[in-house]
Design a protein around this ligand. Sequence first.
Ligand code: SAH
Ligand code: SF4
Ligand code: F3S
Length: 518
Amino acid sequence: MNEQQRKEMDQVRQKDPKNNLERIKDKSTDEFMKYFETTYQPPNMRDAQRRRKKDVDVHYDFTIPEEMEGVGEDRKYLIRTYGCQMNEHDTEVMAGIFETMGYEPTKQAEEADIILLNTCAIRENAENKVFGEIGHLKSLKRENPDLILGVCGCMAQEEGVVNRILQKHPFIDMIFGTHNIHKIPELLKEAMFSKEMVIDVWSKEGDIIENLPRSRKGKIKAWVNVMYGCDKFCTYCIVPYTRGKERSRLPEDIIQEVRHLAAQGYKEVTLLGQNVNAYGKDLDLDYGLGDLMDDLHKIDIPRVRFTTSHPRDFDDRLIEVLAKGGNMLDHIHLPVQSGSSDVLKIMGRKYSREDYMELVRKIRAAMPDATLTTDIIVGFPNETEEQFQETLSLVEEVGFEAAYTFIFSPRENTPAAKMRDKVSMEEKKERLQRLNALINKQARETMETYENEIVHVLVEGESKNNPDVLAGYTKRNKLVNFVGPESAIGNIVPVRITKAKTWSLDGEMAETTVGVKE
Ligand code: SAH
Ligand code: SF4
Ligand code: F3S
């Protein structure tokens, strides 16, 4: 962290002294709970919102500096991506920047002139994978000293990680954060001409650069950022620190991007944000995700998805728009994290089990066939068996058809990482297994209801495991492998389901669209 960054952090902390993390260091669960009820306020949320109106600039003037134009001719780049769709999409932007400079993509590390690791910090094992990979890259650098190695993405935003790289992996040429992607040409220039490691992290978080080039991975489905950052500060989560404060793109920029994708023949867009339901709250427009979806509803693109929803901000307007159908899909990914109101409270999620169930009830009332999927953390510090049982019962009650499940992983400098935890790892693993068994059972039961039904599949290409069959997804995000002609790729076609598995359906292309289940 440089002087400027330290000053910014100090300012935030001074404005909100209650949030001084040191004060809750090493608290027991009871003390933590008390702290939560009486004192805890998420950091800088109000500040972030106030700052937004003054500080966030939207730039439309990205260019490659003259001296970097064509620098990539006869050179190749490789980007390894870890983590969520946000990172996958950032990789598409970085690829766009490299290709604008003349670089070509490669999948072979041995023939790359530049290798970037676009990293994820969400759990410890995500970070360990990256450190393992950094180790492997050392030998490539030894063989080819001109190779440029870079670490970017969420891990680069962590002070501890940057220090560790400086000390243990000095052969890395550049480290840059999630707010600095547009600076790649400059950073690359520095890395090429300097012997020092180039570090550009954090900077002034908050600007939005609109006209960055993108080299999208596919021609059928596309990601579209609607907002950056997160101000929720759930106590276990590192994202608000690695991605900065919430800032929404302007509606017209998003709508124009989706229109453009539709005109290029894309069949599906997924709107991206860490908490998409907060879309627009930082703008002075009185325009939220529901309004945005309503505008996208009018665009001629068959499918519009969004991820990730936060139950707290999921409003009636959005439900009303989703219920209109058409290109609005009735699959909602709605992370719950825990079924226990007490655990939710110390997670800082700001909703109770009852609030969540009420939201589910409203969604089901408007969209009776809606598919709900979720994220769950087991083994939050001191989670009791009873609290875990509440998670199991909520999973059953809601009838989730799929879930991403995780064991709590303490993240540097987050409040939850400072709690003393009495639950053993063995116990946590065992809970994860029980939870997964329940979710697998529910997934399988839902899949079985599709047998002999016809569904509409957006065909993405050959199946990963078997080139003789095609693969694609239904509106409700069920993976379907089926026998059909190559000409179906890129189209939405009817498929009759012949066999249900836990996580996919097998089928064959149908002649008719009568009686489609979706
Ligand atoms: N913005 C999204 C989540 C992004 S992270 C949301 O709020 O839903 C994706 C998932 O990783 C989270 O939903 C949570 O289940 C999990 N996760 C986040 N931090 C974690 C941690 N410290 N340990 C274990 N799982 C975590
Ligand atoms: Fe992390 Fe999601 Fe909570 Fe934001 S809303 S802090 S990204 S879990
Ligand atoms: Fe990981 Fe960053 Fe996404 S921490 S989950 S890559 S926002």
